[in-house]
Design a protein around this ligand. Structure first.
Ligand code: DGT
Ligand code: CA
Ligand code: CA
Ligand code: ZN
Length: 583
C-alpha cells in the first residue's frame, strides 16, 4: 500500500487532529531512520499523542488565535503546528519526505522492526521496500550485516506475514467477540477467583492494540497453563509465574496478568491504564511519599506495600472517588474527580430506543416487522426506521410514493406491536450541491429526519462544511448522521470545520449522531467537544439486519468516553419525549 502524500490544500484548508498527529509521528519515524539524536523524535511523538487526544479542533484553535497548550510542545514545535493549521502542510515534513524513501516508512510498519533496523538495512544493503526486504531475508542476506542475524531474518518474515494479516489496530467489535470466547474458557479454570478485561478494551477505546486480562488466583499455574493451551494460540511470547503473553493465530496478542485476590484492585487499576492516567496517579502518590507499581503503593520511607482488594480503595487512598474506566485517559478526569465534578455518565440501561435503523425496503436485510420485534426483544420501546432517500442509488432509496406506502405499512405495524412503536424516519442524502434529497413538504411529514453525506466526499473542507451546515440549519432535519464519514481503519474523517458545526447544532437543536457500526462516528474526542459546545447527540446502531441492533452499545461506549450524560442524548428519552424535543 503506497502512503498517500499530503495533497496540496487551499489557504482555508482544515486539517484534522488525526492528520496532524500522523504527520508528526511520521516526522519522528523519519528522524530516527535518518539517525538524528533520539530526543528530537521523542518530542515529536509526544506532541503527536497530545494532538490526537485533544478534545477540540487544534487547527481551528490556531486559526482563531487561541492555540491550545499541548504538553511537550515548545516554541519550535508550536510553530510547526501553526504552519500546519494555517496551510494544511509543513515544509519541514515535506523536506524529510524527500530524504526518506516511502518504502522505508512502509518497512517500519512491520511489527518488531524499529527505526534502528530500518536504518541498518537501508545504509548497509540498500533495501528500500518491503518486497526487497522479504527477498533479502529469504535468501539470508541480512545476517551478513553487523548487528543483524539469522534471528532478524526470521523476525522479518514473521513480521511481514503478520502485517499482511492485520495492518491496523483491531476494531473493538472484533476484540469484544474474541475476548468473550477467551473469558468463557478461562473463567472456570481451577483457582480463578475473579477475571476481568483490562487495558484499552476495558476503557472501551474504538480500536485495540492488544487484549489484556487480569485474573485473581490462589495459584497462578493453572490459569497460565490454560491460556497457553488455548486452541488458537500461535505463539507464546512470554510465560512467567505472574504473566503470560500469547499471540492468537487469527490476530492479536493477549496479555494475561495474575495477582492474589487481596491485591485485585491495585492490579486492575494498573493494567486498565491508560498509561497517562497511571502517570497522573503516580504523581499524586509521590506527593504523599509513595511510589506506585502494579504491585501496589509503596511507602518509600519504610518500603511497606499498600495493596487494595477493590479499585475504589486504590482511588480512596488518594482522596479520589472511583473513576469509570472510559474516562481514564489522563485528559481531565483526575482534576474533575478532585473537584467532585465527574460526569454522571450515560449507562447502557438508559437507552430506550434507536434513532437509526434500516429495513429491506432499501438496503437492509430484514423486514420492518422483524427489525421491530428484534428491537423489542432487546428492551427498546421504539425504533426510528430511517431507510434511504433516492439519490443514493446503490441502496434503492425510496421515491416519494414508496415513502407514502411505507408510512401506511408502519401504521399497520404499530397497531399490532403497541405499545412498541416504529417511528417513521428517513436517512436523507445531502447532495453534492448541498441541496436535500426530498422537498420540505415531504420532510415535514416524517417523524424524524436524519441527514448524511455519502456522495461527493472529495470536495474541499469548506464546501463539505457548508453541506453539513445546510442540513443542520434546515428546520426539518433533526439529526446529522455519522457526521465525519469515517469508517474505522478504512476511511478517514471528512475535513469539516467542527467548531462551526457544533455551534450550529447547539443553536438549532439539531442532534449529532454517534454511530455504533464499525464507523464509530462521531469519535470520542469530537463527541466530547460537541457535548461541551451544547449540542445534543444520538446513539445509533445503523442496523441493516437484526443482529446489528446490538451495535448501539458501541455508541454508548463512545458517549461515555465523551463524558456525556443521559440528558445530553436523545435515545435515552421515550418516544414522546424524543418527538417533543424534535418538534
Ligand atoms: P493498546 O493495547 O495499545 O490498545 O492500549 P493499552 O492501554 O491496553 O496498553 P497496553 O496493553 O500496552 O497496557 C495495558 C495497561 O498497562 C496500560 O493501559 C497501562 C499499563 N501499562 C503498561 N505499560 C506501562 C508503562 O510502561 N507505564 C505505566 N504507567 N503503565 C503501563
Ligand atoms: Ca492492550
Ligand atoms: Ca498489553
Ligand atoms: Zn444508515
Amino acid at each position: 500500500m503506497p502512503r498517500p502524500r499530503s495533497a496540496p490544500r487551499s489557504s482555508d484548508a482544515v486539517i484534522s487532529n488525526a492528520e496532524m498527529a500522523r504527520i508528526f509521528t511520521e516526522i519522528a519515524d523519519m528522524l530516527e531512520i535518518l539517525g538524528e539524536v533520539v530526543y528530537k523524535a521523542v518530542a515529536y511523538r509526544r506532541v503527536a499523542d497530545a494532538v490526537e487526544r485533544y478534545p477540540d479542533d487544534v487547527a481551528a484553535r490556531f486559526r482563531r488565535g487561541d492555540p491550545p497548550k499541548l504538553p511537550g510542545a515548545g516554541e519550535a514545535l508550536t510553530a510547526k503546528l501553526a504552519e500546519l493549521a494555517h496551510t494544511g502542510r509543513l515544509e519541514y515534513h515535506e523536506r524529510l519526505r524527500t530524504q526518506v524513501p516511502d518504502g522505508l516508512l512502509e518497512i517500519l510498519r512491520i511489527p518488531g522492526i524499529g527505526p534502528k533496523t530500518v536504518r541498518l538495512i537501508s545504509t548497509e544493503l540498500g533495501i528500500d521496500s518491503i518486497e526487497a526486504l522479504r527477498v533479502a531475508a529469504e535468501e539470508g542476506h541480512l545476517r551478513v550485516v553487523k548487528g543483524l542475524s539469522e534471528r532478524t531474518e526470521a523476525n522479518v518474515l514473521d513480521g511481514i506475514a503478520r502485517l499482511e494479516r492485520r495492518s491496523t489496530r483491531m476494531l473493538i467489535h472484533d476484540a469484544d467477540a474474541l475476548m468473550a470466547g477467551l473469558l468463557d474458557r478461562l473463567r472456570d479454570v481451577a483457582g480463578v477467583r475473579r477475571i476481568e478485561v483490562a487495558g484499552s478494551l476495558r476503557r472501551r477505546r474504538a480500536t485495540i492494540g492488544d487484549l489484556d486480562l487480569l485474573a485473581a488466583v490462589d495459584d497462578p499455574t493453572a490459569v497460565i497453563a490454560a491460556l497457553d493451551g488455548l486452541r488458537e494460540v500461535d505463539r507464546v511470547v512470554a510465560a512467567g509465574t505472574d504473566k503470560s503473553s500469547i499471540i492468537l493465530s487469527d490476530g492479536p496478542r493477549v496479555d494475561l496478568m495474575v495477582c492474589p485476590p487481596e491485591a485485585w484492585g491495585t492490579h486492575l487499576v494498573h493494567f486498565t491504564g491508560s498509561k497517562d492516567h497511571n502517570i497522573a496517579l503516580r504523581g499524586m502518590a509521590l506527593d504523599r511519599g509513595w511510589s506506585l507499581s502494579e504491585k501496589g503503593w509503596k511507602v518509600i520511607e519504610t518500603g511497606e506495600l499498600l495493596r487494595d482488594a477493590e479499585e475504589a480503595d486504590v482511588y480512596a487512598r488518594l482522596g479520589l472517588p472511583w473513576i469509570p474506566p472510559e474516562l481514564r485517559e489522563g485528559d481531565g478526569e483526575i482534576e474533575a474527580a478532585l473537584a467532585d465534578a465527574l460526569p454522571d455518565l450515560v449507562t447502557h440501561t438508559d437507552v430506550r430506543g434507536d434513532t437509526h435503523t434500516h429495513s429491506d425496503w432499501t438496503d437492509g436485510v430484514d423486514s420492518i416487522e422483524t427489525m421491530a420485534r428484534a428491537a423489542r426483544e432487546l428492551g427498546h420501546e421504539y425504533i426510528v426506521l430511517t431507510d434511504h432517500s433516492p439519490s443514493l442509488g446503490i441502496t434503492r432509496g425510496l421515491l416519494p410514493e414508496r415513502v407514502e406506502e411505507q408510512r401506511v405499512e408502519i401504521a399497520r405495524l404499530n397497531r399490532d406491536l403497541s405499545p412498541f412503536r416504529v417511528l417513521h424516519g428517513t436517512e436523507l442524502e445531502i447532495r453534492a450541491d448541498a441541496s436535500l434529497d426530498y422537498p420540505d413538504e415531504l420532510l415535514s411529514r416524517f417523524d424524524v429526519v436524519i441527514a448524511s453525506i455519502h456522495t461527493g466526499r472529495n470536495q474541499w473542507g469548506e464546501r463539505l462544511t457548508r453541506r453539513a451546515l445546510a442540513a443542520i440549519e434546515n428546520p426539518h432535519v433533526d439529526v446529522l448522521a455519522h457526521p465525519s464519514g469515517r469508517i474505522v481503519n478504512r476511511r478517514d474523517p471528512l475535513p469539516l470545520d467542527w467548531p462551526r458545526l457544533f455551534e450550529a447544532a447547539a443553536r438549532t437543536g439539531t442532534a449529532l449522531e454517534i454511530n455504533g457500526s464499525p464507523r464509530l462516528d462521531l469519535e470520542d474526542s469530537l463527541a466530547r467537544a460537541a457535548g461541551r459546545a451544547g449540542a445534543r447527540l444520538t446513539l445509533a446502531s445503523d442496523a441493516h439486519r437484526t443482529e446489528e441492533l446490538a451495535q448501539q452499545r458501541y455508541a454508548v461506549d463512545i458517549a461515555r468516553r465523551a463524558w456525556l450524560s443521559a440528558d445530553q442524548l436523545l435515545d435515552t428519552r421515550d418516544a414522546d419525549g424524543l418527538l417533543g424535543l424534535l418538534r
